[in-house]
Design a protein around this ligand. Structure first.
Ligand code: GRG
Length: 296
């Protein structure tokens, strides 16, 4: 998504990810190759950008490099979640980010292991961020774990895979989407504050921003599954309807889903008031509104 990303930040992130995903020993060549395949040069990098911008939104020196390794960790966990989500046992998708899914290239076992490797690498990297103190790193690891494990994204995926579609109501769907998508997005926002030494109040505001934006993001994702095309999205549209999945458009219709998406974005932007009128807060606001109009 060129207009939502800052070229310099993206370039630095890509090169850090490349460095982190280079094997140190010959024996690691195969697993690192599978991990790198799904992590490098792909994706909109929305989560990393949120971490960078929240780091800058906290009044201080504005040095976003402090959050670089937390942002890399978030993108690695995100990539792992996509690899596992695409597996035949889950969403069974053959394409991701415009190329064959990880298991199509490395096999199912290879894809499971690539995901495993990325998750653990993410925690290793966040725990040893050289620009932050051990206390900050401990906090970051706690945020990542609580938002991605059995109280966060993994719980959301469990509900998504095993939930009874016919019985899902609006509240349950909101819980599912919040866990599956908002939790990691809000973790990225919070990590920006942690790295910049922001207050508890600022972390809470960043969390609220991420929860609302994440929900809007997932609703938009559901809308794109209906309206989007393969060329732009790099994955197969129309799968939700084919599999009778519970989504916002299926439950509320397209028009109401679009309205909810807009309202959630407004709510996210309101949470930015904790960050005054800094340039980064303005960029966060613009990013939130641009995501509403995204085509992929
Ligand atoms: C890896 C800890 C861990 C858990 C695995 C498989 C699983 C549990 C969770 C999957 C959750 C999932 C697929 C959520 C969907 C979130 C979503 C909207 C993804 C698309 O994000 P974009 O549009 O993708 O930011 P890009 O490709 O641009 O990065």
């Amino acid at each position: 998504m060129p207009e939502t990303v800052n070229a310099e930040k993206t370039a630095v992130l890509e090169s850090r990810l490349e460095q982190l995903l280079t094997p140190k020993e010959k024996a690691g060549k195969a697993i690192y190759e599978a991990m790198a395949y799904s992590t490098l040069n792909g994706g909109k990098r929305v989560r990393a950008m949120l971490a960078f911008l929240f780091c800058q939104a906290v009044p201080g020196d504005g040095d976003w490099l402090k959050v670089l390794d937390y942002a890399a960790a978030v993108e690695m966990i995100h990539a792992a979640s996509l690899i596992h989500d695409d597996l035949p046992a889950m969403d069974n998708d053959d394409f991701r980010r415009g190329k064959p899914s990880n298991h199509k290239v490395y096999g199912e076992a290879g894809a499971i292991l690539a995901g495993d490797g990325l998750i653990i690498k993410a925690f290793e990297v966040a725990a040893s961020n050289p620009f932050c103190t051990p206390a900050q790193n401990m906090k970051a690891v706690g945020i990542l774990a609580s938002r991605t494990g059995a109280d966060g994204m993994t719980a959301g995926q469990m509900l998504d895979i095993y939930g009874d579609e016919s019985k899902i109501d609006g509240e349950t769907l909101k819980t599912l989407h919040t866990l599956k998508t908002s939790c990691l997005i809000s973790a990225a926002c919070m990590l920006g504050c942690v790295a910049a030494g922001g207050s508890e109040i600022q972390q809470k505001a960043a969390e609220e921003f991420g929860i609302c934006l994440g929900l809007a993001f997932q609703i938009k994702d559901d809308i794109l599954d209906i309206e989007g095309d393969f060329e732009k999205m790099g994955k197969t549209p129309g799968k939700d309807a084919k599999e009778n999945k519970a989504t916002y458009p299926a439950l509320f219709g397209l028009e109401k889903s679009r309205k909810m998406c807009g309202e959630l974005t407004e709510r996210a932007v309101a949470a930015l008031s904790e960050f005054g009128d800094s340039a980064a807060a303005e960029e966060l606001k613009n990013l939130a509104f641009r995501l509403l109009d995204r085509k992929f």
